[in-house]
Design a binder for this molecule. Sequence first.
Ligand code: CMP
Length: 137
Amino acid sequence: MMTEQTLIVIKPDGVKRHLCGMILSRFEQKGFDINNIKSFYFTSQKAKEFYAPHKDKTFFDDLVTFITSGMVVACILNGPNAITTIRLMIGATRSFESAPGTIRGDLGLGITDNVIHSSDSYESFIKESRVIFDRII
Ligand code: CMP
């Protein structure tokens, strides 16, 4: 199995609902290492950079408004097949369609407010980590 790094961001709804400990413990229990962690507020400029792949989507403005609406917690996780496995643990984008047992399936109902983001590829991990940590870990 290939050891990889990936990035997760617990969104403002997850932080406000005090879900960070529970979410991070799921990743630790699965066997992933936390390599770096940071709580912060996205500026509008950083949010637009982070969500640049969605800049032409109808929901882009809502996305930026939501992710800048409160504190977030970003974390670099390390472990076997981290990108794919953590996407599976998080569940489908539309929380109300996300399978029970996944983070969104157990903890969320929204689409924009879907508790957590994770990188969907190695390329996204590199770009997103640069936006948030200003360097690759
Ligand atoms: P995230 O994993 O952060 O990546 C892009 C985000 O766009 C996604 O989670 C959703 O929160 C958000 N989003 C808002 N509206 C939509 C939509 N109609 N389809 C897909 N994603 C959406």
